[in-house]
Write a protein that binds this ligand. Sequence first.
Ligand SMILES: C[S@@+](CC[C@H](N)C(=O)[O-])C[C@H]1O[C@@H](n2cnc3c(N)ncnc32)[C@H](O)[C@@H]1O
Length: 387
Amino acid sequence: MSDFEEETQRNPVPESNLVKTEEVIDASEEEVAKSQALMQAVAEGKVDKVEELLKGGANHSARAAHGRTMLHFATMIGSLPIVKLLLSYGHPWNLVDDDYMSVGDYAKSFNQPEIYDFLLEEGVRTELLMGLMQRKLKNELLEDESSDEEGEEGDNKEIKDTSADKKKQEDVPNAEYLAQPLQYTDDGDRLLDADKNGVMMGWELPLMIRHAEVICPSEGLRVLNVGFGLGLIDKELQKRSPAQHTIIEAHPDVYAKMLRDGWDKKPGVKILFGRWQDVVDQLEVYDGIFFDTFGEFYEDLRSFHEIVPNHLEEGGIYSYFNGLGATNQFFHAVYNRISELELGEMGFSVEYEEMDIGLKEEEWNGVKRAYWTLDKYYLPICCLDGF
Ligand SMILES: C[S@@+](CC[C@H](N)C(=O)[O-])C[C@H]1O[C@@H](n2cnc3c(N)ncnc32)[C@H](O)[C@@H]1O
């Protein structure tokens, strides 16, 4: 896992993203010379020379000043043929320079729209493929495990149960977060974890107000919210007098706070304490659903998307906190497209409503690391096709 996507981000993107580590080239002098010649040819835009050197096995993983990769250079000089060549020889699409700028960011700032679009499609294609392969592998492992278990039926039940519990624990992406004490600041404006990472911050109120309006446009509806945090969206939902208001929350400290504040006695409220993954069988059908957890990955969000159609009323609206890759504009764009495509395959039509954020740096004072650095928020509005 790279430095960036520890669980400190609200919605970390998968491991393959935000790679910043310098490649260590254990190379001979000749190989280094070839690699330098390649860097030179890329920077000068000499397509034929680049192709010849790549064919000859020149290493494309060297970096120049500011941690720029060859793909950054190809993008800066605006050579789509070289961009394509580097990618076809296995250059990763998602490396960042020392300022965390991706090649997509370079394409934007050097005004190369054609390259930007190409890189975006490449990122989407690669990540979709990787997701597919990871899921296939996971399913194969699960199948192997269950056939092993069938073979051992009855043997050492106690040992088997303990290892199954351990396995379940390992599968929980935010297990460490769920086991640590949390802290609400005195002004009630922040929820921090034990390392002072922001779990939920008051500056998100305008976003939560809009999410509440979107999933609960009128009074008397049935709504589901996954992840209580500061309760910002739940307070907004309550103002809209829902007939039924179910809240799922997994952290014991957050649950305790909910009880202290009397959320279990509010009109229409039903609290399901536990991870959403473990309470799915208690879910009903809702007119509006919102999802916003912490320390889970895109794959977890995707798994939630798979169950939404079973619990969304015809004509109902689903939305989620859209913090995918939210510390880099380009990765965010790639993940917005991926979500849109995958939700589309699951039968949803998706629209992103653009909102200005205008976040000041001071908002992050006292917080270990900002989980949001972008100017715009793209609020997803998802409806089941045909309604
Ligand atoms: C970012 S906060 C939600 C903020 C909320 N939208 C608000 O308006 O204040 C995320 C919440 O999700 C909870 N959470 C994390 N993983 C969860 C899971 N798997 N199931 C349910 N809740 C989870 C966290 O404990 C935390 O309270």
